[in-house]
Every structure is written in C-alpha cells, then in structure tokens.
Design a protein around this ligand. Structure first.
Ligand SMILES: [Zn+2]
Length: 225
C-alpha cells in the first residue's frame, strides 16, 4: 500500500514536470536515441537528442534542438488530415498485403491440407519405387523436391500462426473504428496517440518521419510518397 502511494506521488510529480503529448515517442533519426523535451527559462519547449546532451564533448550526435511545440502542431495536423481522408474514404486502407482477422483460420487450414497432399504423394512415390515403377534416382530427386516444398510451407505456417497468436495482424475494420474515435477528440491524449504512433524520428535537417503501429498505415504512407 505504501509502495503504491509513493509511486503514485512520484508519478504525479513527474506528470506536472513533463506533460508533453509526444513525450517518449520522439527518436533521433541519426543515432536512434530518445529525444527529450526541455522547458527553457523563457517557457519555450525545446527538443534535444539525449545522446548529444549526455556526450556533447564526444560529438556522438548533433543537438536536434528544434522547437517542440512546432513539431507537436505539425504531427497532429498531419495525422488529423490523414485520418480525415481515411475516414471519408478518400484514401482506402488497402488490405491486399495484409490478412484480416477472419482469414487466418482459412489460410492455415489450406496450408495444412497442402502439406498433407504432398506427404500423400511422397507415400505414393515410395510405393511406386518399391514396385519398380520409378527408379531409385528419380525417387530421390522427387523426394528432395517435395521435402523442400513441405519445409517452405511449414515455415509459412509457423509465421502465420505467430502473427495470429500475437495479434500482430492489422484488422482494417478495427483501425477504421480507431481512426473514427480519434477524430472525435478535440485534443488527443498521450494514451490515444500511443495507440497509433510507434515513434517519431526527427532528422538533423528537420525532416520528420512518423512511424505508425499499424503496418497497413505505414505501407499506405509509403505508397503516397
Ligand atoms: Zn542523436
């Protein structure tokens, strides 16, 4: 109980000190360290690469000392514009490269059947070899070919199964619903932002890359470029 109270108090104190919407999400593109936000005496919020700040004498990175408020404004405007387009179907989320939640079972079943078919063929070939219908050499060659096919399909199967179990697939309907909910907010909370954004990479030349948590949105942005 006491432990809990102490943690809560510390947390609240921290909250007052760093209440930035994008806090923890901003990453230095050049060195991949986090970029921190600091309040200047004049109240201006500036970003600085933590790696540069800690090791400025070593010259491991550059300052990336840009204005945070400008970044936050730009990022929010960008997301809002993108989401409005998705919501009004001006931009269609393309499911082609992604599998919807409901299709996993079907695809896994199909691969299972294919593997069974290949195994049946191997059994048949073995009988053919015993009966002298095909030569030992031919059998060997076909056997290796089919075994290779099975291995490939098994790898595909395991990969898909992992995706399914870890919920790492994109469900277009859920994303559309999240987008719709996001647009209802006057100003989004850090929690909502973290649902969508994986990280924001800031380049020294002020280019900004937003990396979303959803593969399908990242692909969409690549296609829009
Ligand atoms: Zn850096």
């Amino acid at each position: 109980m006491v432990q809990k109270m102490v943690i809560t108090q510390n947390y609240n104190r921290n909250e007052k000190k760093h209440h930035f919407l994008l806090d923890g999400l901003i990453v230095c593109y050049e060195c991949k360290h986090k970029i921190g936000v600091r309040a200047r005496k004049n109240g201006r919020l500036d970003m600085i690469c933590n790696n540069y700040r800690r090791n400025s004498k070593l010259g491991l990175c550059t300052s990336h000392g840009f204005n945070y408020e400008l970044l936050e404004k730009m990022v929010l405007e960008y997301i809002k514009k993108l989401f409005l387009q998705i919501n009004s179907k001006k931009i269609e989320l393309n499911i082609k490269n992604s599998i919807s939640k409901h299709d996993y079972g079907k695809i896994l079943k199909k691969i299972e059947t294919e593997i069974k078919l290949i195994n049946d063929n191997i059994d048949k070939m073995y009988v053919d070899k015993l009966n002298g219908k095909i030569s030992e050499e031919m059998y060997e060659r076909l056997f290796n070919k089919l075994k290779g096919e099975i291995k490939q399909k098994e790898e595909e199967y395991i990969g898909l199964k992992n995706e399914q179990e870890n919920n790492s697939y994109d469900d277009v309907d859920s994303i559309k619903k999240l987008v719709k909910d996001f647009l209802k907010f006057e100003k989004p909370t850090p929690e909502i932002i973290k649902v969508f954004i994986n990280r924001i990479e800031v380049h020294q030349d002020r280019q900004v890359d937003i990396i979303f948590n959803f593969k399908i949105i990242n692909q969409l942005l690549k296609n829009l470029e």
